[in-house]
Design a protein around this ligand. Sequence first.
Ligand SMILES: Cc1ncc(COP(=O)(O)O)c(C=O)c1O
Length: 392
Amino acid sequence: MDIKQLRAETPGCLHKIHLNNAGAALMPLPVLAAIQAHLELEATVGGYEAHKQKSAEIQGTYTALARYLNCTPEEVALTSSATDAYARALSSIPFEPGDMILTTESDYASNQIAFLSLKKRFGVRIERFANGPGGQIEVGAFNLAIAALKPRLVAVTHVPTNSGLVQPIAEVGQECRKQDVLFLVDACQSAGQLPLDVQAIGCDFLTATFRKFLRGPRGMGFMYVSNRVLEKGLEPLFIDMRGADWIGEERYLSNPTARRFEDWEFPYALVLGAKAATEYMLEIGPEKIAARNRELCGYLREKLSRIPGLVLLDQGQELCSIVTVFHHHHTPEALQQYLFLQNINTSVSGLTAALIDFEKKGVPGALRLSPHYYNTMEELDATIHTLAIVKG
Ligand SMILES: Cc1ncc(COP(=O)(O)O)c(C=O)c1O
């Protein structure tokens, strides 16, 4: 990996130490160029005409994602965010009173709220599985729960918003396939920093965004919808004229592909930015990215663990590029602001972002540092040094 070259293609690197890739990463130049070029084209020839002119490139977004996810382009849908994708997946499941959603205690807050909303409206039951002593769900016990509880849906967040934990989703997926249970994976924080193979994972739905580790623009998400699900006829509740054709006064015909899950209108400049981001990531290689990030974060965790007053909060057998810490003498917000004033971007995960996990860890929130491959050891050293000299 040519870090120098990658940084030269990342204008934001010049001004800041950006350790907020779990919030939104710095876009590289090809992403920026793709967005700007399409906006200019729209302004010059007209929005619909620009779409027509670039239809092959737009189709390339699906092809690039399909390459990353190991699926067909017909199993990919674009959305406005990860949460949008997740809601579309949930809305396609015809829940009945008493149906169970089996999930985890560290699943994303918006997902938890959506489950609670489904409980309020349809009377579904929610079972939240606790992480085991190793920090992640204990697969044997979780899979026994799938077999015993026969949930309508198993929903697991691959990497939580507030910790470096990587949940063992492929092992869960195997059991879901065995039990013929729907499996929904929130890969919002893993997309772009870890390899994602939906065949190996065995999921029915996988949802994510572009702006985080994929380094795409804000305002675009995507989802994988398996052929299994498409063949079963699942479709989002508010399917529109992109997802279906109105073929009779009382009838519509759903699109056979995952386009069924899309809306008609898209910001195509961002779609092309998303394509550029996915291709950029594929060019570098997901495995190489994961290895580089493991190296950066291993170093960061080791050094941070030596700073008095600072507690590392990440738990799990496999940890990734989200590093969370709590300081005994400073709030996460104060630390974030202090670092920001030193030109270091980080973020804060507050209590309501991960209620159960933070309550179990006994903290009201955490400072979140999320390096990505284009960060350097020198940048990490500067951050470590800045945190080490914060007055107690
Ligand atoms: C684990 C996880 N899932 C889902 C989301 C939601 O993503 P979006 O804001 O694109 O809807 C986030 C955002 O931080 C997240 O961390």
